[in-house]
Write a protein that binds this ligand. Structure first.
Ligand code: PLP
Length: 492
């Protein structure tokens, strides 16, 4: 790595802002200010202080005043002075307050679960570091200077162009760069659509109530509630959400490619029906396409958005495909919503890092995104197959649904056994969630059996289940994780 900038900082010494005030003259004031800067952690151990002459010039004091102050603080142990390496903050000068602020980890937290089978996180060990770095490097090298000035709240055009092409090709989305707004993920998109803004405090784009699937992420429901949006649960059956029950709602939030978390796609007739509803009632469909690329049984289910781009807000992110840590997502908007969303976005702190945007643009445009998704699809498919095989052998009475796509499956349990199974898993160091965790508080407690490429589907309704994410454990821990999981399932 080119470390010339480090050497330059070393040579010059840290730039230092100090206020000299209080009793006792300039020397005493300087000692107090430096001591305080170290104690509070503003100057960290090892930091090189400016040479006498430059700090004296900055502060308008005599060179000897600085030399005396440094000498005093060396004597007190705050600073060290060594020939040839200047004056530095001493290693053991731990800022007391900062140390006190670090929360002590509880033993359980420090260890974490032995096996993490919670849904939601892709295989972190498979992040394509080398290819991402190549894209980042190219983005940085090729970026014109204006990239480093104030950006465009819609996001970099390069990324919006790359996404227009990719989403059309891979997900059937019909759009143009002008209709795309880059955001930091699905959750951010929800906030932008519903956040109160303007003098009246009304939502920038949408007003509730909002119909949602009766099972979904509680985090998203909470976020909507906090924005003042009432969510109304739509029951699920074997064809997906009962969109025929949509009533007075102005909008509906769906996961049509892969119902979250139960796992089935929205039936083609329902896809058409919900678009008809939106046209007839002036309604809007929010399409959460969180893992649409990961389909194992056949071609991915295309986006509902393609049926009517003026009636659907299509939302996606890299959280499942690359990493939730990147915080990069996109909104594909009907034309009439673009200005409202941009106005809601307004403030600069809500924009995604321009360098990450440019890196992703390069990553997508060069086909690295496609390659990564293909690679991960194979890996997840093999993990899913191993899960299904382990259950068939060790717990043949437990059905599996939702296995045709995504990074998680639902294990169907005998009625009344979910809570004890989750408890048993916790005892064995397995982190996972029961189905109840995802239920809308106003929804009925059953989901259809056989939803989403069920294995050994029996018909009827499922009340108890475990949502098992199979992407997170590292490759070498996966066999043991499956073994442990089978060990906590209720007997036949
Ligand atoms: C149902 C669902 N929607 C959307 C997302 C993506 O959320 P975000 O883009 O905010 O990370 C997730 C999690 O990855 C999810 O489980």
């Amino acid at each position: 790595m080119d470390d010339s900038w480090v050497n330059e900082a070393e040579r010059i010494g840290a730039d230092l802002h100090l206020e000299l005030s209080g009793p006792g003259g300039r020397r005493a004031a300087l000692i107090r200010a430096l001591r305080e800067a170290v104690r509070s952690g503003r100057l960290t151990p090892g930091t090189r202080l400016p040479p006498y002459r430059s700090l004296a010039a900055d502060l308008g004091v005599a060179r000897n005043t600085v030399a005396d102050a440094y000498a005093e603080l060396v004597a007190e142990g705050w600073l060290t002075a060594r020939q040839g390496s200047g004056t530095r903050v001493a290693d053991r000068a731990e800022p007391l307050e900062a140390a006190a602020r670090v929360p002590k980890k509880s033993p359980a937290h420090a260890r974490g679960p032995r096996y993490d089978l919670r849904q939601g996180v892709p295989d972190a060990s498979a992040f394509p570091r080398a290819e991402w770095l190549a894209s980042y490097r190219r983005a940085l090298q090729q970026a014109p200077n204006e990239v480093f000035g104030p950006g465009d709240p819609a996001g970099r055009r390069e990324l919006r162009e790359a996404l227009t092409e990719y989403l059309a090709r891979a997900r059937g989305v019909r759009t143009a760069p002008e209709r795309i707004v880059i955001c930091s993920g699905f959750a951010h998109a929800l906030r932008l659509l519903f956040q109160p803004s303007g003098p009246g405090g009304g939502s920038a784009v949408l007003r509730g109530p909002l119909a949602v699937e009766s099972y979904g992420l509680g985090f998203h429901r909470d976020l909507l509630t906090a924005a003042g949006v009432r969510t109304v649960p739509l029951p699920l059956d074997e064809d997906g959400a009962r969109v025929d029950l949509l009533a007075r709602e102005r909008a509906v939030l769906l996961t049509p490619a892969h119902q979250f978390p139960t796992g089935g796609p929205l039936h083609p007739a329902r896809r058409a029906a919900v678009v008809d509803w939106a046209r007839a009632r002036g309604g809007l469909i929010l399409e959460d396409d969180y893992d649409g690329e990961f389909r194992y049984d056949r071609k991915p289910v295309g986006a509902v958005q393609s049926l009517d781009p003026e009636r659907v807000v299509y939302l996606g992110s890299v959280s499942k495909s690359l990493s939730p840590a990147l915080r990069l997502g996109w909104m594909v908007l009907p034309e009439r919503y673009v200005d409202g969303v941009l106005a809601a976005k307004g403030e600069r702190e809500a924009w995604a890092s321009v360098l990450d945007q440019l890196s992703l643009a390069d990553f997508v445009a060069r086909g690295a995104y496609d390659r990564h998704v293909r690679r991960m699809r194979q890996r997840y498919r093999s993990r899913r197959d191993r899960l299904v095989a382990a259950l068939a052998e060790r717990a043949p009475h437990v059905g599996v649904t939702g296995v045709a796509a995504g990074l998680h499956a639902v294990l169907r349990l005998p009625p009344g056994t979910e809570r004890s199974a989750v408890k048993a898993a916790t005892w064995q160091g397995i982190a996972l969630d029961g189905l109840a965790e995802f239920r809308h508080p106003e929804a009925p407690t059953a989901v259809p059996d056989g939803l989403g490429g069920s294995v050994r589907a029996g018909g009827g309704l499922v009340t108890d289940g475990l949502v098992v994410g199979y992407a997170t454990p590292s490759e070498h821990a996966y066999a043991a994780a499956l073994e442990a999981l089978c060990g906590v399932l209720p007997p036949a």
